[in-house]
Design a protein around this ligand. Sequence first.
Ligand code: UD1
Ligand code: CA
Length: 471
Amino acid sequence: MTLPLQAVVLAAGKSSRFRTSTTKLIFSICGQELVVYPLAVLTTFSMPICVVVGYQQERVRASIAKARFPSISFVEQQEPRGTGHALLCTKSHWSRDHILVINGDMPLITKDIIQNLINTHITSHATITFVVAKASDITQGYGRVIRENATIKEIREAKELLPDDSHRYPDLNAGIYLFERTFLEEHLDKLSSHTIAHEIYITDLIKRASDQGKRLQTIEAPFTTIQGINTLKELHAVEQSKRTELIISWMERGVYFAAPDHTYIDINVSIGPGTSIGAGVHLLNGTSLGSNCHIGPFAIIDNSILHDHVTVLPHCVINDAELHTQATIGPFAHLRNKTSIGTQSTIGNFVEVTKSTIGTQSKAKHLSYLGNAEIGSHVNIGAGTITCNYDGFAKHTTTIHNNAHIGSNNSLVAPVTIGQDALTAAGSVITENVPEEALAIARTRQVNKEGYVQRKKQRIAALMSAKVASL
Ligand code: UD1
Ligand code: CA
């Protein structure tokens, strides 16, 4: 049986316990904003989703827009007057018979928990079904489920707990509820503000339902899956759990990590089997690694595609780049801005490549800057070569055809084209196109002044003896 269901995500709160002057909901865990996590789970169920926004709502909306979920609607809570009030703001959007409500600050939530909640709500015919977790030493700041003789009476918020409550009532309120809509319609706008916090609590609906003799049902989830984030310290703890979970899932798919505790992988990264990853590596922002790649320590790879058998030596920074099979990069190389490195090509130490395409089996092994360059196959770029791509007004292209050989310490002043099989002499400043198979020498001819040093020494010696004589 399916339930006529819709979801509400609460994301309008002030995040005062974060103390950052920024809403916590746009902080990231493994590259994904907190508010996106529950949405990613909910969008796997086909139901309308409405997000309540308010505090710094432009930023929350922008994070959600970036995730490109289909059809999410927004409702504004003008002032953060509590979770109950946030839900009340969505009233005009209620169209289904059952309303699933979830806090926006619980990124470890899983699809299984939501499915279990829905199934239990169906089978129990409860007015409210909600998720609980068992308390432990680290669980502070949660509401407790107060039961009398196994009957649920209320949720008592952390601020209002009596000294003995924590021992007597081990169930924490997770912050995920499934309500019958008719119950909400009758009771939600009757909740009153709490005197200490001046807030309307969604959790007061539990007491109201209990007082009315309505059926209440709970499901239990491990605390690690429902942990909420109220402080930066909790953000850190949850990020560690998420990171470990991600790394273990890649290990299970054949990825080797030299230092799993010191590796940072975004949630939207993919890695092929047989790839090994060194200490301190960051794989960010949709990066995809093929199989049998080797990523050396301290490489940062952002929004890039690495095909199979690519080697990245230590300390490389790679942004918006594509590296084809068996390419070798680094150590200390910087690739960026739509750069493509061809099959079996090598980019060596202290080489920066930006907005350039390099063909197969080409090499730039030492100390170069290649910007706006179109480089063919089997090209060799000598150490210290610079493409002078910017004239102060615009960027220009350097084109180097197949098999060309650029001598060391060349300046290639763009726009300029080096023909196929051409050579350029070391130290050249190339300002004109070089025809194919030509040798270009663009430097002043060397002059050797024979005996120069000896003559200089003699002049100095003569000067010194004249000085001594005059004393
Ligand atoms: C809430 C529950 C608590 C539960 C805990 C689980 C209430 C009153 N208490 O407490 O029982 O154990 O979650 O993590 O609900 N929000 C709004 N508008 C507001 C206030 C909050 O949209 O006016 C949003 C927040 O942005 C947040 C969510 O509601 O995403 C929960 O608010 P938060 O202040 O974190 O509630 P807790 O104190 O954690
Ligand atoms: Ca919270």
